[in-house]
Write a protein that binds this ligand. Structure first.
Ligand SMILES: [Fe+2]
Length: 360
């Protein structure tokens, strides 16, 4: 098995109120390139306090982007890139402020501002030809690990797949736990469970190792405090922890791999448009035989926070739909390989995956 050579984030600022250092953080980049910056901000913040604290300059372009209910698409990134280039040429850098989808758009945009053609050409591993421009991520929701991952997940006409290469990774992230305080309770749960599931899947598979386990164990410890501990709940102290848990969960899976839940989740999202974190929760509730310990703990968290997940979704799915979902999932062989080992193909085929989807 080849050993991964992971590109980490260049710089990280962490702490309450650290968002106020955004302006000074990007100043040297402005001076080097002597060009404007592009801000990609979640639409949610339009008209809110955060929108007045962007520290942007008059020449900068600020886009408020609605990522609900869909995840970012190749078309969305392409047209945004074309618009930016035609308006003002290549910027000094891109700043993404929002959840996982905004992180993905900022990362993809950074690459697509220097690489020609449609982003569909670059969906996959190391297909990007030139380094992107400077990009900085400010997560306002914690869990997906998008702030640290070397992939920018986009849904294209044919596949839901990341632009994955060293250049995808952020040059800088600012982790300010104050920013995640306004996350609605349901999403606080779903996105945190994405982190939790990253760690469970990372640990339970053949790519697990001491390096990924060290991050995964610490992330799990923080998740347990946030969702199961004596002081569980959406508090500022827990927001401080969740933000670090998300980062470390992301690092854990980067040095290992995700597994069955994520492979299924991509199939569910691609065919039905289900948001990533929510899709994971909808699926993980049915994976007790595959991840028994993690599943038990997950169900306790569901219980403790009174979260209700949909049941009997599959009764509306005909065979063609199930086949389409399973086809997306089986095309993530590295996840199945990690989860079930070298002879995974003896167990996993379209029918097996369709069987898993029928549990939903
Ligand atoms: Fe995930």
């Amino acid at each position: 098995m080849e050993h991964k050579n992971f590109k980490n984030i260049d710089k990280v600022t962490y702490g309450r109120g650290s968002f106020s250092q955004l302006g000074q953080t990007i100043e040297p980049i402005r001076q080097t390139h002597n060009r404007y910056f592009v801000y990609i901000v979640d639409q949610y913040f339009k008209g809110k306090d955060l929108a007045n604290r962007l520290q942007n300059k008059p020449e900068d372009l600020v886009y408020f982007i609605d990522v609900d209910p869909y995840e970012p698409t190749t078309e969305q990134v392409d047209s945004l890139r074309d618009e930016i280039i035609s308006k003002k040429g290549v910027p000094s850098g891109v700043i993404g402020i929002g959840g996982g989808s905004i992180m993905d758009i900022a990362k993809a945009l950074s690459l697509m501002l220097t690489n020609e053609g449609s982003s569909t050409l670059y969906q996959g591993l190391n297909l990007v030809k030139k380094p992107g421009i400077y990009h900085l991520g400010v997560p306002t929701i914690s869990g997906t690990g998008a702030e640290v991952s070397m992939t920018a997940v986009l849904t294209g006409p044919e596949k839901k797949l990341g632009l994955k290469c060293d250049w995808t990774v952020f040059n800088q992230v600012i982790l300010d736990p104050e920013l995640i305080a306004s996350v609605p309770r349901d999403w606080w749960f779903y996105t945190g469970m994405d982190t939790y599931i990253h760690c469970i899947e990372s640990e339970n598979g053949i790519r697990n190792n001491a390096f990924s386990l060290a991050y995964g164990e610490q992330s799990l410890k923080l998740c347990r405090e946030v969702y199961l501990g004596d002081k569980a709940g959406q508090t500022s102290e827990n927001d401080d922890k969740l933000m670090v848990a998300s980062l470390m969960g992301g690092l854990s899976l980067t040095y290992s791999e995700v597994g069955v839940c994520h492979a299924l989740s991509y199939g569910l999202s691609k065919i039905h448009g289900t948001r990533h974190c929510y899709a994971n929760c909808v699926i993980f509730q049915h994976l007790g035989d595959i991840y028994p310990q993690g599943h038990r703990e997950f169900m306790r968290m569901i219980d403790k926070h009174g979260i209700s997940l949909p049941q009997h979704l599959s009764k509306d799915w005909d065979d063609a739909t199930l086949t389409a979902m399973a086809t997306v999932s089986i095309n993530l062989p590295f996840m199945w390989h990690h989860a079930f080992g070298d002879d995974w193909q003896k167990k996993v085929n379209l029918d097996y995956i369709k069987g898993l989807f029928k549990r939903l």
